[in-house]
Design a binder for this molecule. Sequence first.
Ligand code: BDR
Ligand code: CA
Length: 301
Amino acid sequence: MSIPILLDCDPGHDDAIAILLALASPELELLGLTTVAGNQTLEKTTANALRVLELVGRGDVPVAVGADRPLVREREIAADVHGDTGLDGPDLPPPRGEPVAQAAVEFLAERIAPGVVLVATGPLTNVAHLLDHARPDRIVLMGGAIGEGNRTPAAEFNIWVDPEAAARVFASGIDVTMIGLDVTHQAVVGSAGVEELRGVGRVGSVVAELLDFYGRFHRRRYPDLDGSPLHDPVAVATVARPELLDLRPARVAVDLGEQSRGRTNVDWRGRGAPDPNHTVALGIDADAFRRLVVERIASFG
Ligand code: BDR
Ligand code: CA
């Protein structure tokens, strides 16, 4: 039986690949997408979610529009990483379809049910708003870092953009799995992987063009990585194929101060009692993950 998931996202190159991985994974049933401002403005992340679904003929998957700004902070986007459209690189047509009329929080609240996993791959604004209306059994989120951040030395982008929302999510008592930079920087696709993807069909070649663009930023900022980290697809893989991950009980608190704004303080070494509901990923079988991504993207033809 497949696991029903809802995916809250801000596409975004790696969000786009996460959507494709979710659609191509028989372990999962994608009930719908919700969008949030993050990598680009809400208007652009919503258009991109529709463009990705339409690329693979899945315009039937509903998309609901969420928050256009964080709970309290000024809006911040990542055009330096994702370009002016948020999905720069391939020549994807504008969307033909439209989002549903229902707002993201109501859309999610209506579909949250026992066994449904909420996967969040953008700033946590929609998820924080949702907690006033419904409580998912489990949230798997891409965000945070045990070590160095990527938006600032202290903070990863998704948490930095809306730290108050992230703090609410981690303090909610819900079962939260944190997929941070420590693990996503192990899940890198380099030039050999990109060329393999380019050879596996029409969708593979679009993904390769996404990674050509995405790789330019990563080669400059992280020459030691030898490719692009597939941050958001790791969150999807955590639900579909948890055996690929090294997952540990932990306690996570979000720093709301200015100097370390958005830092995730992760205690997984038993300094204090772990929060019974927090899990953090420390590692991944990177080769198996890369094979999974290539195989599943290839399945679109
Ligand atoms: C996260 O920030 C975004 O730029 C990516 O889509 C990913 O969700 C990585 O820090
Ligand atoms: Ca994202």
